[in-house]
Design a protein around this ligand. Structure first.
Ligand code: 3MF
Ligand code: MG
Length: 343
């Protein structure tokens, strides 16, 4: 049993293509993935706009809403909710140089249109969260964009989204790099600062992904804590990452179990989820995984979260207090390691 509700995105079950090789698994239809997510134990699905409405750029407003309604029915049939919709702005030829921060006003207009349509789709799916993973809102060539203007352009774009729909909440998913070299909004602290520059800071928050924090050289548990302390942690993407390499999206806890334990500990101790927040998993199967077992990373991540919740429930706070009073952190550290390692 878990105290959390869990969510996952359809992109987490994928064809295995990487920067140096083609697909190795067949595509699985969305409806099949949704059925399987329910079976595995998920409560909600996270969507890119075009996961819900493929080829949306070529569709009318009415057709987009109709497609979204159909997706909602599939969710309802399986007893699943939609957690959020995110405009997929990093794939389109019009957003090669980013969306909201592109130097070309036509690109910026297209990016905003996708954000507005994502809000419409979210509305049809019955959710009030729009996630902005600002994938290409940064530079490959440092001098190619004005960084101050770019930050203000992101704020202006978010203002337009807030005006477009009075109920929508915008969550910035921060990441320091990849696919760009340097991002304009790399950490939770940046997202929170940015939220206060918008016209309605109460509706702008953050989504913390463990791997993205590690790529920034930061501790994901402390990033989670910073978000919670500011009442801005409205979603998480738990996963793991082996140091500063390409974005790995590994099964939660497989690289740094103590860091995973501490992420769960902070979430549990602060009653994360009490306002309906989900624990999202942004984990990818290894490229080597055969198609007949390509959901294994999801089962494993869920199992690891639940096992760590159990460890957190066993954590002896009075022993911690004693160690704090005696300033005996060697004892505390050994206690934590024994707790995690014992059967
Ligand atoms: C990239 C990511 C993204 C986001 C997704 C939803 C493709 O590193 O983490 O996954 O999570 O776009 O915002
Ligand atoms: Mg993510």
């Amino acid at each position: 049993m878990s105290k959390f509700k869990f969510s996952v995105g359809p992109w987490n079950v994928h064809e295995g293509a990487d920067a140096f090789g083609p697909s190795v698994r067949e595509s699985i239809p969305l409806s099949e993935k949704i059925k399987k997510f329910k079976e595995i134990g998920f409560d909600a699905v996270q969507f890119h706009d075009d996961d819900v409405v493929p080829d949306m750029n070529d569709l009318s407003e009415a057709a987009i809403k109709q497609k979204a309604k159909e997706a909602k029915k599939v969710l309802d049939d399986h007893g699943l909710k939609a957690e959020f919709v995110a405009p997929r702005l990093w794939m389109d030829p019009r957003t090669i140089d980013g969306g909201f921060t592109s130097n070309d006003p036509k690109d910026r207009e297209f990016a905003l249109w996708r954000a507005f349509k994502s809000i419409d789709i979210a509305h049809e799916l019955g959710c009030d969260k729009l996630v902005l993973w600002l994938a290409r809102e940064g530079t490959l060539c440092y001098e190619s964009k004005d960084p101050v203007l770019s930050v203000n352009r992101i704020v202006e774009a978010i203002n337009e989204m807030l005006k477009y729909d009075k109920n929508i909440r915008v969550l910035i998913e921060t990441k320091p790099n990849e696919p760009i070299d340097r991002s304009f909004c790399p950490t939770i602290g940046h997202a929170i600062a940015l939220s206060y520059k918008t016209i309605d800071p109460n509706r702008v928050g953050a989504l913390l992904e463990s791997a993205h924090a590690i790529l920034a050289g930061l501790d994901p548990a402390n990033e989670i804590a910073f978000g919670i302390a500011n009442k801005k942690l409205w979603s998480v993407h738990l996963n793991d990452q082996n140091g500063c390499k390409y974005d790995q999206d590994k099964t939660f806890g497989v690289e740094n179990l103590r860091q995973a334990f501490n992420q769960i500990k902070i979430l549990v101790e602060n009653d994360y989820g009490r306002n309906g927040e989900y624990v999202g998993l942004d984990v990818k199967a290894m490229r080597t995984q055969k198609v007949d077992d390509c959901y294994r990373h999801l089962y494993n991540s869920l199992k690891i979260v639940k096992m760590l919740e159990d460890k957190v429930s066993q954590f002896d706070n009075s022993f911690k207090k004693k160690c704090q009073e005696e300033r005996n952190y060697e004892a505390l550290e050994m206690y934590v390691l024994e707790l995690i390692m014992k059967g």
